[in-house]
Design a protein around this ligand. Structure first.
Ligand SMILES: NC(=O)c1ccc[n+]([C@@H]2O[C@H](COP(=O)([O-])OP(=O)(O)OC[C@H]3O[C@@H](n4cnc5c(N)ncnc54)[C@H](OP(=O)(O)O)[C@@H]3O)[C@@H](O)[C@H]2O)c1
Length: 317
């Protein structure tokens, strides 16, 4: 008798997305039985893998043979917030090649927007005002500092280098990266900030990354510096950022992530003349690209190899 196929239960994109998930997994991992999260015919004991976004609390505890949880997004708090989560089951964070590419594109767009003063041009347009200003510096004259040198930070660094920006980076553990000054640990953060003209936030949210860019640290940035944040909103104390922009110490900011999303209409950053807001759109990936990442993870699990992009609870990301 043929052994039953491993079940991958999917809760990502709604039930209508299941045929597409099935199609892509049929090519990548043909022995997988892909089922919708609420499929009444699924035997909970047969579920080996799940690919989820915001699973209902308590549900994952019911899958007694579950081997790996795949998060459909980069963050995992939508899974780990579940008080009944079986903590021994590994969680793989989304990290598709397309996410790296699109995040890198966004970072280039945002850094260029700050360096070329795009917000000033955008402010003139609704008034039909011809604002013929000259830029103040070129890319090689603009030092970019990346907070977070993980998969995305390193991809963004490669793309920024192609434009000509001098680069520095900051991470928890020291990195050795080509053509880049690498800072590490909280004790080197101030030195990193002091020599940065555009800060790029690409950090996960952990108790140690919350509020790192507060008034005193923003004051260490050189006058006219700018800020990009596409990691997690909690990195920046927004009221301190607004004060630093209003005082003229900072030039502009491009923000994609916020502590409270979606950002409420009454929040001041929407209307701030020196802030460009985007609605958590920096990174995106097709279902095909995300399925490729999951298929690589399932193959690694079956071979007994380390899982890619594994969430490590002790470090918080
Ligand atoms: N806006 C969007 O659309 C979007 C899309 C995808 C992802 N994201 C966000 O992007 C962020 C980065 O993703 P990733 O895949 O690059 O993550 P990753 O590979 O896990 O890298 C995280 C980086 O942050 C560093 N880090 C973590 N805690 C730190 C601390 N306390 N002090 C200094 N450095 C610290 C890590 O240092 P070590 O290298 O020393 O470990 C690592 O370099 C995540 O927060 C994710 O949620 C946003």
């Amino acid at each position: 008798m043929a052994s039953p196929r491993d079940i991958l239960l999917v809760k990502s994109g709604g039930e209508n997305a299941v045929p597409e998930w099935r199609d892509v997994f049929a090519q990548l991992c043909p022995d997988l039985d892909v089922r919708w999260w609420d499929d009444p015919e699924v035997d909970p004991a047969a579920v080996r893998f799940v690919l989820v976004w915001q699973p209902q609390p308590g549900r994952l505890a019911g899958y007694t043979s579950l081997k790996v949880i795949f998060s459909s997004g980069a963050g995992v708090d939508h899974i780990t917030d579940d008080p009944q989560l079986p903590r021994h089951i590994p969680i793989v964070r989304m990290g598709s090649a397309e996410t790296l590419q699109t995040m890198g594109e966004y970072v280039c767009l945002a850094v260029l927007a700050i360096q070329r003063e795009l917000k000033r041009a955008l402010n003139a347009q609704p008034e039909a005002r011809w604002d013929e200003f000259q830029g103040s510096r070129t890319a090689p004259q603009t030092r970019v500092g990346i907070m977070g040198l993980g998969n995305i930070g390193q991809t963004a660094a490669r793309m920024l280098r192609g434009i000509g920006y001098p680069l520095a980076g900051w991470s928890r553990k020291r990195k050795s990266l080509e053509n880049m000054t690498c800072f590490a640990g909280i004790e080197e953060l101030d030195a990193f900030v002091r020599q940065t003209d555009v800060v790029v936030g690409l950090l996960p949210e952990t108790p140690l990354t919350r509020g790192l860019l507060n008034a005193s640290r923003l004051a260490l940035l050189p006058r006219g510096a700018g800020i990009v944040n596409a990691g997690r909103g909690s990195l920046i104390v927004l009221s301190d950022l607004i004060a630093a922009l209003d005082s003229g110490h900072l030039s502009s900011a491009v923000l994609d992530v916020f502590e409270d999303e979606p950002l409420k209409p009454e929040v001041a950053v929407w209307r701030h003349p020196r802030i460009i807001v985007t609605g958590h759109i920096a990174g995106f990936a097709s279902r095909r690209a995300r399925a490729e990442h999951v298929a690589r993870g399932i193959a690694a699990y079956r071979r007994g190899d380390p899982l890619p992009n594994l969430f490590q609870p002790e470090r918080g990301y």
